[in-house]
Write a protein that binds this ligand. Sequence first.
Ligand code: NAD
Ligand code: UD1
Length: 336
Amino acid sequence: MRVLVTGGMGFIGSETVLALMENGHEPILVDNLSNSKEDVLDKIEKISGKRPHFHKVDCCDYEGFRKVFEEEKNIEAVIHFAGLKAVGESTRKPIEYYTNNLLSTLVLLRLMKEYGVHNIIFSSSATVYGVPKRVPLVESDPVGGATNPYGETKVMIERILEDANKADPSLNVILLRYFNPIGAHPSGLLGEDPNGIPNNIMPYISQVASGKLKTLHVFGDDYPTPDGTGIRDYIHVLDLAEGHVAALNKIVENPGVVAYNLGTGKGTSVFELINAFEKATGVKVPFVVDPRRPGDVAANFANCDKAFHELHWKAKRNVEDACRDAYRFQTTGASK
Ligand code: NAD
Ligand code: UD1
């Protein structure tokens, strides 16, 4: 299929572009490079031997984005990754987050209607479940009550897509709710390279291990979990990328609106993650225990049975694989 990939130069988008090409699809990338670099395209070419079409366009810019639909023609599906994603920043810059994430989606939907494109896969997040009442989370659990503007944009976009489908049932929507994506491409060329001090644990651990940062701060060891640290569902970004290929196979069956959790179904604590990293890389990660981070929950992990039964997909890689790949990227591909 000819698949328009918004945000295709980013962390998850670029891996998905590779997975699409490996499976015989033709991705067309759109990105404004607000959180990615142009050389990602060279790296995609180096890994795959192919250079996909790339348009440096802001998805909020109707005229610029329309030219992409006009030039590319026959787009059969869209995977919509483009968006701002930093939770903390979203509380400081809510207007930017609501504008970018909502407007880009609205412009995209308008263009899909104008150009007769009926299939959209959306990058949603476990954050749409708010503070979980129970784990593992299933797709029928209540959505709403996200704890920050970033999360609210995901809740709102899910709602917008549902309403768009109600008004036009020929629009197929797959909502993919990612848990905690980590890891990198095994080549060491592509991975997560956040600006400044990382907020998320995996890039933080990798930067401590490589010597860029001194000590990991573990946020709380007094949670009601077996070792007292927070439990999350860490999924290798390559598994996540393959989940999008599986969703593309599903969307041609005209499923209407359907949501899937993409995780591993297995919770890992912060201490377990540190141990897995040290085992996988042989590098020690010095840490100190700090108080809990406001807004964090004790445990958050997915039930992924629905994706297994309906998409015939499940995560194949484990946390150690992801740690090894993340560290390789930190020591080779990431900015120093
Ligand atoms: P990323 O920042 O690496 O990738 C997003 C890409 O979108 C970037 O390349 C950025 O330049 C681009 N972009 C942003 N706004 C744009 C716009 N208006 N027009 C065109 N391009 C634009 O992030 P990622 O980790 O790859 O995440 C991809 C998607 O998955 C996002 O929607 C994110 O919210 C969602 N998600 C990510 C995580 C995670 O932990 N990484 C978890 C759940 C959901
Ligand atoms: C966060 C976001 C979530 C987003 C996800 C992936 C919040 C509330 N949620 O999830 O919306 O989808 O990132 O981008 O921010 N930890 C430490 N030390 C650190 C960093 C984290 O101990 O330096 C702990 C946290 O307390 C948590 C775990 O590590 O228990 C994972 O944290 P993080 O990687 O930030 O992801 P989430 O908070 O789960």
